[in-house]
Design a protein around this ligand. Structure first.
Ligand code: COA
Length: 407
């Protein structure tokens, strides 16, 4: 398959296809390559981890597709490809002459995946969009953050990798469709749509708010009036079941000594018993979930008082035995060095020709019939020669391409 993508949204999708076994050829601007090769470098003159962690298992071909020869080579590749993915700025691919009509004419079985910031007929559809802009456009930022704080961007790549995963689903569906019909198709994936799909519960809340004027599971309830828009709800659980982030013993010295707890309606007697409030089981002000709603922070305060002499791991050990849903805040350091994540293939160590070994996130789905073998990312143009030979060019022609800046 042809991977004409850059940065994160497109590469995350094509990397997953490579893990699933596709022969993914990444086309890159000669001498420069994907911009992430040079971004946030931690080793001088070596590809940055931003690139290596999004482009493993691929082959790299330098190709200037604005040259006559480059266009011809790309056309040749399209004729033999199953899938072509790109995430250029709106209009960029078409300016090079590669419209959907042209791609489809070259190869009617081709599945063409394209990532853009906004849906096709959006008033914003000319914008160049990056991760954070997508989070703002898709309703994530306006609903994330502290109650009195500014809109907040999530560290999770809701705009980029999430869009890549949505595109991947679309491409796999298109492959199944082609199995049945023999026809290729175009899969258009906007970052705004992908973010909105994950902000579904907030769109749910907007409609509830418009009907009832309040959202009883938000920390604003019942003391602060609601406006006509879903507010930022801090760390409230989005499910309607109360949940909150709680300080543990070392929170003043360790910024991650916190745990999250969810208070299901059932099991309340276990919560009361463990935090030393057995009277709350029958107290009418606390006995039911509805009764607790208006002063749920009294409950969270009491749990925090209980946590004052326990760190997040100690607390979770106690609560898990009572089947109270909870979890420790795990840091990137804890995740990267967690032996069980290594054993499960969730964090893997791979070799890179320039960098030596590096760690990367493994394939999230775990299959019973095969285990993706994750390899390092390619150097820029590492596969120029073998790919062009495979397309029928000889050494003299390849040298000529190099001379002319085609590769
Ligand atoms: N050969 C010839 N030209 C090439 C090339 C190649 N191999 N690779 C890139 N180019 C050209 C493009 O054709 C384009 O030229 P043009 O502007 O003269 O038409 C130029 O390089 C830059 O294109 P682009 O990759 O779109 O970079 P950008 O810096 O202008 O914009 C984004 C970057 C990400 C903002 C933009 O690509 C975008 O909005 N993409 C869609 C949304 C998206 O995926 N965003 C998330 C990124 S993680």
């Amino acid at each position: 398959m042809i991977d004409f993508t850059g940065v994160q949204a497109g590469p995350s999708c094509t990397q997953m296809l490579a893990w699933f076994g596709a022969d993914v050829v990444k086309i890159e601007l000669p001498g420069k390559g994907d911009v992430t090769r040079g971004q946030l470098r931690d080793i001088p003159d070596q590809d940055g981890l931003y690139f290596t962690m999004l482009n493993s298992n691929k082959r790299s071909l330098e190709l200037n597709t604005k040259t006559v020869e480059g266009k011809k080579i790309l056309e040749q590749m399209i004729v033999g490809a199953d899938i072509f993915v790109e995430n250029f700025a709106p209009g960029a691919l078409e300016r090079m002459g590669f419209t959907w009509e042209h791609l489809h004419e070259l190869n009617p079985r081709l599945i063409y995946g394209t990532v853009k910031g906004f849906p096709e007929n959006s008033p914003y559809n000319d914008l160049k969009v990056y991760e954070d802009i997508a989070q703002c456009a898709g309703g994530a930022a306006s609903t994330t953050g502290l109650v009195d704080g500014t809109p907040l961007i999530s560290a999770a790549a809701l705009g980029d990798s999430n869009t890549g995963m949505h595109l991947l689903i679309g491409l796999l569906a298109a492959l199944l469709h082609r199995e049945k019909t023999g026809k290729g198709q175009r899969v258009y994936m906007s970052m705004q749509d992908a973010v909105m799909n994950l902000v579904r519960v907030k769109i749910r809340d907007q409609q509830r708010l418009e009907r009832t004027g309040e959202l009883t599971e938000y920390p604003q309830y019942p003391h602060t009036p609601f406006s006509d828009t879903v507010p930022r709800g801090g760390n409230a659980s989005g499910s309607g079941v109360p949940g909150w982030m709680l300080k543990c013993k070392n929170w003043q010295t360790d910024p991650n000594d916190y745990m999250y707890i969810i208070l299901q309606p059932w099991g309340w007697e276990h919560v009361c018993a463990v935090i030393g409030k057995p009277e709350w089981v029958t107290d009418p002000a606390f006995a039911t979930q509805d009764a607790r709603k208006s002063h749920i922070f009294d409950v969270f305060d009491a749990i925090e008082a209980w946590l004052a002499d326990k760190d997040k791991h100690e607390a979770v050990e106690i609560l898990r035995k009572l089947e109270i849903p909870c979890g420790p805040i795990l840091t990137t350091k804890e995740l990267l060095h967690d032996p069980s994540l290594r054993e499960n293939g969730s964090i893997v160590e791979v070799e890179h020709k320039g960098r030596g070994s590096y760690l990367t996130v493994g394939c999230p789905p775990k299959f019973s019939a095969f285990t993706p073998k994750i390899t390092g990312s390619p150097l820029l143009g590492e596969h120029n020669h073998e790919i062009l030979v495979g397309l029928g060019y000889d050494d003299a022609q390849i040298a000529d391409f190099k001379e002319k800046g085609v590769i």
